[in-house]
Design a protein around this ligand. Structure first.
Ligand code: C2E
Ligand code: MG
Ligand code: MG
Ligand code: MG
Length: 282
């Protein structure tokens, strides 16, 4: 009986595995045609300086609207794009679209300082900086408007190639942020030598800031350290008034999260933040 069960289990396991492989493969094919057919869109989430009603920064977040599966989360398709070699093309599309959108809003009168774009480690190849430089030049986009969000581990890895690419962009004026900060293993002393200007405190610390003293202390330490190093701290995933209050008290000056706005498409962003600017000008 036990043997039978075991065999059944291994059979089920095998079938499950092939199912997963099939769905993975078809998803990969879909991803390829989605890139060719441009079935992606960007959503935008504003970032606010405490006490201000008008956003000064915005983060671009990629969305894939799949014909059958609906909206697919970047958590699901970014890893796939990375392993199948499509992330580079997709990533450049994101940068170009984000820059274009940002310039349009500025032309419409919204005083935005920066647009942040997420970049995965796999994207940073030998032509990364050159291609982004060309995109910006072609659009007449000021490099100081662009911020690239990378992971802590990427900044820590410190391979020569990655460093060169980052350095090249930094020289042009592009800035770098560490996303999900606090979840990696960078020692605080290392931050000093990293070419970053912004730390984005991971949502997991913000979530429990009022319930878990460790999370509270971690954020406090990050804010203190950032201040002494002249870095900007942005809290992500701020959902409640209580979280905002505590963050403010600790000295965190930049906020992003559902409390202020969910990520929205370009049209909704325009309606909410840009249209009013024009009305005031009239
Ligand atoms: P991330 O860059 O850390 O982005 C923050 C995520 O938290 C976003 O999820 C956002 O929608 C969500 N979020 C924002 N405010 C709140 C809040 O108050 N509460 C909660 N619970 N969540 C909030 P999203 O859009 O699903 O993106 C997931 C991740 O996918 C991103 O995490 C980023 O790492 C990656 N990603 C998104 N767009 C791109 C892209 O264009 N390129 C690359 N390489 N990665 C991307
Ligand atoms: Mg991000
Ligand atoms: Mg994050
Ligand atoms: Mg992330």
């Amino acid at each position: 009986k036990a043997k039978e069960l075991g065999r059944n289990r291994s059979y089920d396991y095998h079938r499950e595995l092939t199912d997963t492989m099939h769905s993975r493969m078809s998803l990969e094919q879909d991803l390829r045609s989605a890139i060719e057919g441009h079935h992606f869109e960007l959503h935008f989430q504003p970032q606010f300086h405490i006490g201000e009603e008008r956003p000064r920064r915005v983060e671009a977040l990629l969305r894939w609207s799949h014909p059958l599966r609906g909206m697919i989360s970047p958590h699901e398709f970014i890893p796939l794009a990375e392993t199948s070699g499509m992330i580079s093309e997709l990533g450049f599309w994101v940068v170009r679209s984000a820059c274009q959108q940002f310039m349009f809003w500025r032309q419409q009168g919204l005083q935005l300082d920066k647009i942040a774009v997420n970049v995965s480690a796999v994207q940073i190849n030998a032509s990364f900086a050159n291609t982004i430089a060309r995109i910006m030049e072609h659009l007449d986009f000021n490099p100081a408007w662009l911020e690239l969000e990378v992971t802590e581990s990427l900044m820590m890895s410190g391979t020569t190639e990655v460093n060169q690419q980052i350095h090249q962009l930094r020289t042009l004026g592009v800035e770098f942020a560490i996303d999900d900060f606090g979840t990696g293993y960078s020692s605080l002393s290392k931050i000093k030598s990293m070419p970053v200007t912004v730390l984005k405190v991971d949502q997991s610390f913000v979530r429990d800031i009022n319930d878990d003293v460790n999370d509270y202390e971690i954020i406090r330490a990050i804010v203190l350290m950032a201040r002494s190093l002249g870095l900007t701290v942005i809290a992500e995933g701020v959902e409640t008034e209580a979280q905002q209050q505590t963050l403010k008290r600790i000295g965190c000056e930049w906020m992003q999260g559902y409390l202020y706005a969910r990520p929205m498409d370009g049209g909704a962003f325009y309606e909410r933040y840009v249209k009013d600017e024009n009305r005031q000008d009239d």
